[in-house]
Design a protein around this ligand. Structure first.
Ligand SMILES: *[C@@H]1O[C@H](CO)[C@@H](O)[C@H](O)[C@H]1NC(C)=O
Ligand SMILES: *[C@@H]1O[C@H](CO)[C@@H](O)[C@H](O)[C@H]1NC(C)=O
Ligand SMILES: *[C@@H]1O[C@H](CO)[C@@H](O)[C@H](O)[C@H]1NC(C)=O
Ligand SMILES: *[C@@H]1O[C@H](CO)[C@@H](O)[C@H](O)[C@H]1NC(C)=O
Ligand SMILES: *[C@@H]1O[C@H](CO)[C@@H](O)[C@H](O)[C@H]1NC(C)=O
Length: 788
């Protein structure tokens, strides 16, 4: 014994395997060895495993595998391995030694064909034989996309099984299916190649230190918890995972899954089971899995009304761009959800469990909050209830998973409850707490325990896989039970439009929800009411109200155009009565075409003779080009009505036989023309449109010119072709007597909703810079754009 220990410590650096034959050899095969997860967590976790276990006489070899050819793969993999570091409790010398050994034990291999798997098996067998080692087990970690599982699984079973007496463990990452049927199918495919004991489905949330501690905490503190962990004392349980990031860059995945499938069906549901299941006496055996399954079976079926869902505003544009979808494409995929779950058993009857998660929220945090009923009535005046043990203080237990204001994983227990008992080797009472208010109480009102050493989830789970602790993994039965619970709700949500939210702190109270009538409801009114749609019909029978502080006219598109044409004619008559002429500046784009047609066909009494037609913006193309705004105006209006030739003012984008060249002074020429003819450069009426990015005229987000300053006409750049544009500036628009903004079609719904919520910021959303100094502004938004 002494000799072996001596031998190990002496030889460890040189021939690490020779002295360890007594405990057996483990081959770890990491598939997807150069992927993101491997880079960020898995290699670090494997190195930690090696640090922990090598000293106990186990020997290892690590095979990083991927489809990449050997040389390139080797290079990529060692890039990652080079950056490995040791935890703080390892001395620099030992760290250097262990890292060096770890690198020597790690090889890259290409695993692509069935032959490659056979070769891997033969290599393992022959090298173990050469070194006289006996095999303890093989661990395959599949960090690959799910579509690759089936092939890899078959290859492992066909040619990579270890000899009898050694174990096989195969680790899989979510998603484990998309609904009950697909999960079942996947599971039965796996069951044809592996035994249930061999399958380790990872839910990395179960490796978070705080989550991992829930059951042990409940068991260690059962003296205090037994009387209160039930419906008589518990008010509710909140299980929350908030993210600030959005789905950008991974919408192809997200569009298929959404927030419920992505995190609620798995992470939050697993946590729910830990909080609510019966705690068996022995946490190390399969009792835990049995109790978990029992709990999943007691969940009451979810109704659509048990849920509120939302979608951040940028999601749709991101999906359209990344999936190359047109503007006709819409998505109901929720990026936010709140779900009210109930457990139908004696312990939990009537206690609400609220599960909620979302992207593009105001903070990143994760926690379980158990709130106890407030059953005290306090006679002492409120300011004097200073004792932390006052029965009038809130009583709660928080399993703080990470991030948030607190910034570290922790378990918090209100001092009015009890002082928790936690294993001192792993958890310590936190000292030097920030002066924070957390869940309605100052931090000093809680006992706060934090891990002695923070460990990432994957290290903890890899260690559990190595030790064969199946309790922290998802079994086939519990996976199917969870999908069985979620699938009907998911199907019923397909047709439900999520509430739109702007993202980040702009969300304000928009996503707050309340429990009412046995379900969940958003606390703030629907966004239409947020827009201020009081329904008041005017003489035309169209709905009128306010949008962004200006009058809003809304109707179905056709009626809206009728109304707009009518209002333009009114404005024309009024201007001519006042000053003898009517200066009308018109936008390009597709929305006004219907208006032009309407004006030319139905408004025979329109005073065209005294009307001057100006152009709000123009593309830098010849006037005969189909893209020309003026060309469009000519085709749909000028050809059909009699406007005096001298009253027509196209933008001079085409001068000296070239387009929009600064030296040709086109913007100056148009400025002079306006100044010469339009009194005070104040158009009688400017008709604008609204782009999906918030642009108006040709002033685009981030424009250098035309947002402020004294230029009346500017060159600008559009993100779409043709890029070069000439446009009247926002200051010129704001001099007008009337500005009308026409917005048509459900494709504009998102931008309409967005600008109704954002602050005025013309550089970011140019339309918000339209604000006539002394004139009037009116919105014409059709029902589709307003209501989708
Ligand atoms: C994998 O298998 C293919 C053919 O089955 C072979 O050409 C290739 O060399 C193998 N790769 C390695 C690294 O052995
Ligand atoms: C693995 O493959 C063999 C055939 O090679 C098959 O007989 C066996 O049923 C498969 N599954 C398991 C779990 O061993
Ligand atoms: C708990 O279960 C494990 C696994 O079955 C067993 O090894 C252990 O002895 C049990 N512990 C107690 C206290 O019964
Ligand atoms: C209770 O509060 C009042 C002021 O609101 C104070 O004058 C009084 O001394 C307090 N009593 C105790 C017992 O703290
Ligand atoms: C121009 O502005 C001045 C001062 O605001 C005003 O008195 C005058 O009537 C305006 N002229 C026209 C033609 O609108």
């Amino acid at each position: 014994m002494l000799l072996r220990a001596l031998c190990c410590s002496l030889l460890l650096g040189i021939l690490p395997v020779i002295c360890m034959e007594h405990k057996g050899h483990i081959s770890v095969v990491l598939l997807g060895a150069t992927g993101d997860l491997a880079k960020k967590y898995l290699w670090r976790g494997l190195f930690q495993l090696y640090l922990d276990q090598a000293a106990k006489g186990n020997s290892f070899s690590f095979h990083g595998a991927a489809l990449t050819p050997p040389e390139k793969g080797q290079e990529l993999m060692f890039e990652v391995l080079k950056t490995l570091t040791c935890p703080a409790d390892v001395t620099p010398n030992r760290c250097a030694l262990m890292k060096d050994q770890f690198l020597k034990l790690s090889r890259y291999r290409q695993l692509k064909t069935a032959e490659n798997y056979t070769a891997l098996h033969q290599d393992i067998v022959s090298s173990l034989f050469d070194e006289g080692l006996h095999e303890a087990g093989r661990l395959f970690y599949l960090s690959v996309p799910p579509f690759a599982y089936a092939d890899i699984a078959r290859s492992i079973n066909a040619s990579c099984r270890p000899p009898p007496g050694a174990w096989l463990r195969v680790v899989l990452e979510k998603p484990f299916g998309h609904d009950y049927e697909s999960a079942k199918q996947l599971a039965s495919e796996l069951q044809t190649v592996f035994l249930e004991d061999e399958i380790y489905r990872i839910d990395h949330y179960l490796g978070k230190q705080t989550v991992d501690q829930i059951l042990p905490f409940r068991r260690r503190n059962r003296k205090h918890l037994d009387p209160i962990w039930n419906r008589r004392h518990m008010e509710r349980v909140e299980i929350v995972l908030k993210e600030t990031v959005d789905a950008k860059g991974r919408t192809s995945f997200y569009e298929e899954y959404g927030v419920i499938r992505d995190v609620i069906q798995n992470h939050l549901t697993e946590i729910l089971t830990y909080v609510a299941m019966e705690v068996p006496l022995n946490l190390s055996n399969s009792e835990v899995l049995r109790e978990k399954l029992e709990l999943l079976g007691s969940l009451r079926n979810l109704e659509q009304s048990s849920t509120v869902i939302g979608q951040y505003l940028d999601y749709l544009p991101q999906v359209r761009e990344e999936l190359e979808k047109g503007t006709h494409f819409f998505s109901n995929t929720p990026t936010f959800a709140g779900v009210l779950a109930h457990i139908d058993n004696v312990r939990w009857e009537g206690v609400p469990f609220i599960l909620t998660s979302g992207k593009a929220l105001d903070e990143r945090t994760g926690y379980v909050r158990v709130v106890f009923k407030d059953d005290a009535f306090c006679m002492q005046k409120e300011a004097n209830r200073t004792s932390v043990r006052s029965p009038c203080k809130p009583k709660q237990i928080i399993f703080h998973i990470g991030h948030g204001d607190l910034g570290f994983p922790a378990i918090l227990v209100s001092r009015g409850l009890f002082k928790p008992n936690l294993p001192t080797s792993q958890w310590q009472e936190a000292s030097e707490l920030p002066s924070l208010q957390l869940f309605g109480q100052p931090l000093s009102d809680y006992y706060v325990y934090r891990p002695v050493q923070e460990k990432d989830a994957y290290s903890l789970l890899l260690s559990n896989i190595y030790l064969g602790r199946k309790n922290s993994f998802i079994t086939t039965k519990s996976l199917l039970a969870s999908w069985n619970f979620w699938t009907p709700l998911l199907e019923s949500l397909d047709q439900v439009s999520p509430r739109m939210y702007p993202g980040g702190s702009d969300n304000g109270h928009l996503l707050d929800f309340v429990m009412k009538d046995g379900g969940l409801h958003f606390a703030a009114d629907q966004h239409l009411e947020v827009l201020g749609m009081g329904q008041k019909a005017d003489t035309f029978g169209v709905a009128q109200s306010k949008f962004l502080g200006s009058p809003l006219v809304s109707d179905w598109a056709e009626h809206l155009i009728q109304q707009l044409a009518h209002n333009i004619q009114e404005a024309a008559e009024e201007a001519i009565k006042r000053s003898g002429s009517f200066h009308l500046a018109l936008s390009g784009g597709s929305s006004p075409t219907a208006l032009f047609q309407r004006l030319s066909r139905h408004h025979h009494g329109f005073p065209w003779k005294h009307t001057h037609l100006w152009v709000v913006d123009e593309r830098c193309v010849p006037l005969t080009d189909p893209d020309s705004n003026f060309g469009n105006l000519e085709e749909h209006l000028l050809q059909h009505v009699r406007v005096p030739y001298l009253n027509i003012h196209p933008m001079p984008v085409h001068r000296n036989q070239r387009l929009c060249v600064e030296e040709d002074l086109g913007t100056e020429a148009y400025t002079q023309e306006i100044s010469a003819l339009v009194g005070n450069a104040s158009f009688d009426l400017v008709l604008l449109g609204l782009g999906n990015d918030g642009h108006t005229a040709s002033i685009f987000p981030g424009a250098r010119d035309g947002v402020e300053g004294d230029k009346l006409v500017v060159f600008t750049e559009s993100p779409s072709k043709p890029h070069q544009r000439m446009s009247i500036s926002l200051p010129l628009i704001n001099k007008a007597r009337k500005v009308m903004v026409l917005v048509l079609g459900k494709g504009k719904h998102d931008i309409v909703t967005l600008i109704s919520r954002v602050k005025q910021d013309p550089k970011k959303w140019p339309i918000t810079g339209v604000n006539p100094t002394s004139g009037k502004m009116v919105w014409y938004i059709d029902y589709e754009a307003l209501l989708r």
